[in-house]
Each structure stands twice: as structure tokens, then as C-alpha cells.
Design a protein around this ligand. Structure first.
Ligand SMILES: [Fe+2]
Length: 184
């Protein structure tokens, strides 16, 4: 048996893949929502320009919700309105939005402190790798050790349980997630 066959039998045989997109929301266009949403769900991964205002973000997310979608906000730590007032993510979660911190943000001085703070205060539903290159974090034990030092929410919740909810088209809990560890 070749190495490739072993890998395929041991790992790939148990995996299935779906593809979705990260939709940049700007202006009045709401094109490509159907093409980019997580298949079989109403969840849609969205991002904005880093200079977007809080009011514009609220307005745009509300428009998506009114269209019947559930927005999952990518890397909130990169938006000025979030860095200024992180509790705004609680309001978004009450509207039905999810929030997803990028591990890649931990590598940028400008975003790392806010990313750590969101993890520490349970103000994100999901942690993703957002890996763009071989130098970026992936969801392995090295990242887990780093995140466990700051996050009060268990690793498996933000990297497994919450993403699974998205794929099953379920709602996400209202933030913060702090009390989930105590309630277990
Ligand atoms: Fe992005």
C-alpha cells in the first residue's frame, strides 16, 4: 500500500468538503449572496472595508437579515468601531449575527490586542485560521496552546461546536460566551 493510499484511507475517507465564500459588502449591491452562502444554510460570511463605520455595518447587516440571511461577521477585530467598543458585538449577536475572529489577526500588531480581548471576553463565536500562506496559523496544538492562555471559552467550542452549528443552519447564542464553561 502506498503512503498516499494510507493517507486517503485514514483521513480523506472521513472528510467531506463544502465551499463557500467571504462576501465583501459595500454600497447597495447585494449580489453573490446565493453563490457565497454556506451550502444548505442561510449563513453568509461577510466582511467590510476596515474603515467601515458602526452605523454602516448595522445598516448593511440588517439588510441581509431582512433578506432572510444570517450574517457571520468575519474578523470584527479589524474594524475601528469594534476596537473602540467591543460590546457592540453583543448587540449584533442579539440581532442574529455570528462573529468570527481570525487567528491571522494575532500576527498583526494593529489587530492582535483586540483579537485577544474578544477571545478573553467571549465576544466571538468562532475562531478560524484564515490562513493565506504556510507562515500563517492553522488550527493545531500550537495555536490551541496560545489561545488557551487568553480565551475563557474552551477551544472546542469556538473551533468545533459553533462552526458545526453554522453547517447545521442553527442559530448561535447571544454573546458573551463566558458562562458556557461554567454551565458544563
Ligand atoms: Fe476577510
Amino acid at each position: 500500500m502506498q503512503f498516499e493510499d494510507i493517507v486517503e484511507e485514514k483521513y480523506l475517507g472521513e472528510l467531506s468538503f463544502i465551499t463557500a465564500g467571504e462576501l465583501m459588502i459595500r454600497g447597495s449591491s447585494l449580489k453573490y449572496m446565493e453563490e457565497t452562502r454556506y451550502p444548505g444554510t442561510g449563513w453568509l460570511l461577510v466582511e467590510f472595508s476596515t474603515s467601515v463605520t458602526w452605523i454602516e455595518t448595522l445598516f448593511q447587516l440588517k439588510r441581509l437579515i431582512d433578506k432572510g440571511y444570517s450574517p457571520l461577521l468575519a474578523h470584527p477585530e479589524r474594524y475601528r468601531w469594534c476596537r473602540r467598543k467591543k460590546s457592540r458585538l453583543i448587540k449584533l449577536s442579539k440581532m442574529g449575527c455570528g462573529t468570527m475572529v481570525s487567528a491571522r489577526s494575532l500576527m498583526f500588531e494593529k489587530y492582535a490586542a483586540t483579537a485577544r480581548c474578544l477571545l478573553r471576553e467571549g465576544l466571538c463565536h468562532i475562531l478560524c485560521s484564515d490562513a493565506h500562506s504556510a507562515h500563517d496559523y492553522i488550527l493545531d496544538s500550537r495555536l490551541k496552546d496560545k489561545v488557551d492562555k487568553v480565551s475563557k471559552v474552551p477551544w472546542h467550542i469556538i473551533t468545533n461546536e459553533m462552526p458545526e452549528r453554522i453547517l447545521n443552519d442553527m442559530k448561535l447564542p447571544i454573546l458573551p460566551l463566558l458562562n458556557r464553561r461554567k454551565s458544563k
